[in-house]
Design a protein around this ligand. Structure first.
Ligand code: ATP
Ligand code: MG
Length: 355
């Protein structure tokens, strides 16, 4: 997939950009705080119509402005605008307005690499679930729709529990259980199918111990809709007491292991970083193999702090797994490995690009 053209208006500190992106990609150099990450975030907005940093839409609007606009030409022209008044978001694909965002997700695909990715490993379970949910939404038909149904049922069930309505809460158990079965099944199959590849990617990046991923439900082993429903019945008292649904895929986790031990708990920061990079590369490999398109790579200062050996290894794996268009950002030339210099270089100051 190639991003040929990008238009941005009033997105964070980016006032107005109209860029022709070179086919082989580009290197963006700029001092701290100039808008490099904002530019990558604007590009990634075209993938999910949400911030890759988990920011709210209204935080993306340039201070003092009524809304933002981002559009890109890749396989199709994807265009999105957000207005603060009424919190309205509009998405069009090739000029046609899309009424369910799910229908536009995945029309443009990119993989965002960032030093913050380490939080996927070191942070709470929600970040790991999000990683998995985003990936499955991009490459498994029906996943996003089921996930959306699941979330809506969960929200309504929780609201009913908080209002003390046991019968009202139980009214959502059927929808909850069948959507949960789908979500859970897809996540488990994904882990089984890809754990070996994850381990290989870690080794290629220079990790010496054995790496592995496990899907980790909480205490429950429920898998089918009927079992999930039974579990809801069993935990009813607890749910009413806490005013929330205490069992289900929204409580599950992904465990990343190194030599049989949790990297989250015992890994060094370098090991956690390697694991996070491996997850991003795995994301690229999975999308490529399941959709047949090579995503655009968005690399936010990822070569910083890596010694030459690790840089070499990373470039090598990227060459195999994500050989397409690469958009790189860094504060200094020195942070970009030599062979990437062949790409055109742009400089960024105060949200403006000089080509
Ligand atoms: P670094 O090298 O430190 O990572 P960067 O070039 O990636 O820097 P960004 O994170 O892209 O920097 O941009 C940060 C700037 O964007 C900050 O100065 C911040 O004030 C500004 N900014 C963030 N959100 C908004 C917004 N909604 N409106 C206007 N400016 C914003
Ligand atoms: Mg940045």
């Amino acid at each position: 997939m190639l991003l040929r053209q990008l238009t941005v208006r009033d997105f964070r500190n980016l006032v107005s950009l109209d860029l022709e992106i070179p086919e082989g990609g580009v290197v963006i150099i700029g001092e701290n705080g100039q808008g490099k990450t904002n530019l990558l975030e604007a590009i990634y907005y075209l993938v999910l119509f949400r911030s890759m940093r988990g920011a709210r839409d209204r935080e993306l609007v340039r201070f003092g402005q009524p809304g933002f606009f981002v559009a890109g030409d890749a396989d199709s022209r994807v265009q999105t605008g957000y207005q603060l008044s009424g919190r309205k978001k509009k998405v069009t694909v090739d000029g046609t307005e899309v009424f369910r965002l799910a229908d536009a997700v995945g029309r443009f695909v990119a993989i965002p690499f960032s030093p913050d990715d380490r939080e996927i490993i070191s942070g709470g379970p929600a970040l790991r679930r999000r990683f998995l949910d985003v990936l499955l939404s991009l490459c498994e038909t029906g996943y996003l729709a089921q996930l959306t149904t699941f979330r809506a049922a969960l929200k309504q069930r929780n609201a009913a529990l908080r209002n003390g309505g046991q019968a009202e809460a139980a009214a959502f158990d059927g929808v909850f259980s069948s959507a949960a079965e789908f979500v859970l099944g897809a996540r488990r199959r994904w882990v089984e199918r890809w754990r070996k590849r994850y381990s290989e990617l870690c080794s290629r990046l220079g990790e010496v111990g054995d790496s592995d991923i496990e899907y980790k439900p909480r205490s429950d082993s429920a898998a089918t809709a009927a079992e999930i429903r039974e579990e809801l019945d069993r935990t009813k008292e607890r749910d009413i007491a806490s005013g929330s649904t205490t069992t289900g895929p929204h409580r599950h986790d992904l465990r990343l292991l190194l030599a049989g031990k949790s990297i989250r708990r015992f890994g060094s920061s370098g090991q956690q970083r390697t694991a996070a990079t491996a997850l991003r590369l795995l994301e690229a490999a999975v999308i490529r193999e399941s959709t047949g398109t090579t995503p655009v790579g968005l690399y936010d200062d990822v070569f910083a702090e890596l010694d030459e050996g690790r840089q070499r290894r990373l470039l090598d794996v990227i060459g195999d797994v994500l050989p397409g268009q690469a958009i790189l950002a860094a504060p200094r030339d020195a942070e970009i490995p030599g062979e990437l210099f062949e790409r055109p270089r742009w400089s960024m100051t105060g949200g403006r690009i000089e080509t």
